[in-house]
Design a protein around this ligand. Structure first.
Ligand SMILES: *Cc1c(COP(=O)(O)O)cnc(C)c1O
Length: 428
């Protein structure tokens, strides 16, 4: 696609955008700046305007019915989580029986590790990525220790080569082969939170299976961002949160995927709770845990209705739009942001700015990570002060996500103008 660095171009793209009206379905924060550009959907998605009514409905039902709301409210709470399954399964490319929404992300990965990280004395290693999100690193470290292994020995982090930011796929495949007899699990983020690199999940899954290991993914930065086909890719398990690209409210419940072929493995070790117990006999309250079939068999507790109401409202937007339309717009928007940064880099060669995210759309979602190694962090602070809301990570990376549901081409043009002003100031 041919991009142009003009307001006319940006506006013409917005006019031609079939999703342009979606933007009006979200609340944009206002920090009192005239030109607010929200590029932090990678950390917390914006609030859909439909959320309030959905939450208020449940507050009203609770007031009206008390405990009877479990069965008599408009959307009975007893089975409320089931309403979220079809749209969520659509987002991650799964069968409905393979997905359930529950708990929070890190909790869910720990629970899934109970079943899918089953190390033995000789096969206990986890192949993972360097610079994983800290919560995942703590998780891996404590899981290794829990099973009696030294994390430094058990966790193999594949790192970028010297002087590079991205991890080469061949290096991941090499690591799997090198440790072939010792690998229990290959565990990666779908999209790396720092660089925005999208890993080839079907390829990694295949490589893991080829050496007799399990493949699992943390999809915090992938769900709602990139097309996923977890079922067809044969992924063993995955988990994600819903408050980043899925806009479901801060800290809300996450989702899990367990491949169909494990859904009836009732002898897999797992931690049980009443909500994962066979629905038919749940209220007989007897001992003898019988897990439900599918992902639902990993549930523990009855569900937080208010949060799920917000999530239901948000997922309805995804169901309406569909991932293919989102992805089509996303590739253009992200391409335009990359182009805009490259233009700035060419205009201000001494500023030392560049894009570290892969240039190939197949290897990224909507996040662009910009290296500002040639400048102080002050450039980022000035950007925020000027109304472009992004995120800074040490040592020198600004992470931005133009989100196709609510960002526009004009947002990106505005970002370019703001940066141009700041970089020009820096030259004088
Ligand atoms: C955001 C994020 C988390 C956050 O975990 P919570 O348990 O929801 O607090 C974990 N892992 C990754 C990769 C993330 O991006």
């Amino acid at each position: 696609m041919q991009f142009e660095p003009t307001l006319e171009f940006a506006r013409s793209q917005d006019d031609a955008d079939p999703l342009r009206d979606k933007r009006t379905q979200f609340y944009f924060p206002n920090f009192g700046t005239p030109e607010l550009v929200y590029f932090t959907g990678h950390s917390l998605g914006l609030q859909p305007k439909t959320v309030r009514a959905a939450v208020e409905l449940e507050l009203d039902e609770w007031a009206k019915y008390g405990v009877e709301g479990h069965f008599h409210s408009t959307n009975p709470w007893y089975s409320y989580h089931e309403l979220l399954t079809p749209p969520m399964a659509g987002i991650v490319g799964a069968q409905e029986s393979e997905v359930v929404c529950m708990n929070s992300l890190t909790t869910n990965i720990h629970l899934l590790f109970v079943s899918f990280y089953r190390p033995t004395a000789t096969r206990y290693k986890i192949i993972s990525e360097a610079k994983m999100f800290p919560s995942d690193r703590y998780l891996l470290e404590t899981q290794a220790r829990f099973h009696g292994f030294d994390p430094d020995d058990a966790i193999i982090e594949v790192t970028p080569r010297k002087g590079e930011w991205l991890i080469r796929e061949e290096d991941i495949l090499d690591a799997i082969d090198t440790h072939a007899d010792q690998v229990a699990l290959v565990f990666f983020g779908g999209v790396n939170y720092f660089t925005g690199q999208l890993f080839n999940m079907p390829r990694l899954t295949e490589a893991a299976h080829a050496v007799g290991a399990v493949a699992g993914f943390d999809l915090a930065h992938a769900a709602g961002n990139v097309p996923l086909s977890l079922h067809d890719w044969n992924v063993d398990f995955a988990a994600w949160c819903s408050y980043k690209y899925l806009n479901s409210s801060p800290g809300n419940v996450g989702g899990i995927f367990v491949h169909e072929r494990h859904g009836r493995s009732f002898d897999l070790p797992r931690f049980g709770g009443w909500w994962g117990h066979d629905k038919e006999t749940r209220f007989q309250m007897q001992s003898g845990f019988q897990p439900m079939e599918g992902a639902e068999g990993w549930q523990l507790s009855n569900v937080p209705i208010l949060g799920m109401a917000a999530m239901k409202a948000s997922l309805e937007i995804f169901a309406e739009v569909g991932m293919p339309a989102l992805r089509a717009k996303s590739e253009k928007l992200t391409g335009y942001l990359e182009y805009t940064i490259e233009q700035l880099a060419a205009e201000f060669p001494d500023a030392g700015i560049s894009v570290i995210t892969p240039g190939d759309p197949e290897q990224r979602g909507c996040q662009i990570s910009m290296d500002i190694a040639g400048r102080e962090r002050k450039l980022f602070d000035d950007m925020i002060a000027a109304g472009v809301i992004a995120d800074f990570r040490e040592p020198c990376i600004i992470r931005m996500a133009p989100v196709p549901l609510y960002n526009s081409f004009e947002d990106i043009f505005t970002f370019g103008q703001v940066m141009r002003g700041l970089l020009a100031e820096g030259e004088t």
